[in-house]
Ligand binder design. Sequence first.
Ligand SMILES: *Cc1c(COP(=O)(O)O)cnc(C)c1O
Length: 378
Amino acid sequence: MIPNNVPPVAGKELEYIAQLVNGGTLSDGGGRFSQQCQSWLEERLGCPRAFLTPSCTAALELAALVLEIQPGDEVIVPSYTYISTANAFLLRGASLVYVDVEPETMNIDASKVREAISPKTRAVVPVHYAGIPCDMEAIMEAIGDRKDIYVVEDAAQGLFSSYKDGRALGSIGHIGCISFHATKNVTSGGAGGAIIINDRKFIERTETIRDKGTNRPQFLRGETDHYIWQRAGASHVLSEMQAAYLWAQLEAADQIQAQRLKLWEFYRQNLAGLRTKGIGIPLECTRGQHNAHIFFIKLRDEKERRQFTLAMRDKGISVLAHYGPLHRTPPGLQGRHVLHPQDYASQESTRLVRLPLYYAMTIDEAKYVVDQVQNFFE
Ligand SMILES: *Cc1c(COP(=O)(O)O)cnc(C)c1O
């Protein structure tokens, strides 16, 4: 069986965890591995500060707290995304505005963002689906000179991708959120994430709210001899044990990425011909460099997707659908919807499947998948 996804193993995870078990500093937020991971992110993304969080969901929730989103505020999200993008803001009482996607990339459609903006808009949350950049330029243009609208990039899938101007995904909006879930390109051992602070005015608030509303981070740095409660806060720190796991993966990131990109490109080159049969195959990325997070294809309709999924299963290949449109769910029906007449989020999501793609996958395995996919369409 060729699984759809297998979490990467870099090699040094156990060694680093053993160092902690044998007398390392376990203190959350203050340990060596947490610091190393955060510095690595800051350098790699070119952002002033990055903080590890228990998940990307937690990072998004922290972003909503930092931005003081409240009832009456509108937050714009793509309809085609993971539920956490919406939940984080719904939990603060915001009214969500579900915006349609571009059919080619499944990313939020900037022209619809422009249409969705109202005097109540407080945040726009673009999701870089499959690690392929959203049209950030057009999104920023749509916001124009409105200083009361913040951009929170849901870059859960976007680590190692960059926009065409060279900036890393997650480092373009005021805040970015990244995931180290087991299904992402690198993992902190199952769950984990990071919040990326690009606008310096949010650094102090983020640091404090993330650590129970205290100045404990300053205490850990030795800047004060005790810490106090300063404001309402939460606990959005990642365990040091998980940071150790993540550090092993970040050290191996270039190898992991090289293999993923090789597999992704192999799929693209060998399946491009199916486009003439009406099958959706990714085009070359014109908005920058993607990170080979997902290789998706689109069948002609939902019925064919079902047949395809079963046929691949018979050949020992796991292919998976992905999100359904949020605007058609019970919570989503309560929000405002800004859609194309075709409702691409609904239409295109029923055609999409993800082919197997993971670090330990070999080119021989990818070739087997390509052969079976091609056989299906003959
Ligand atoms: C994975 C993912 C999340 C959630 O990440 P967790 O770390 O599992 O909380 C949020 N948004 C998108 C787009 C994702 O792909």
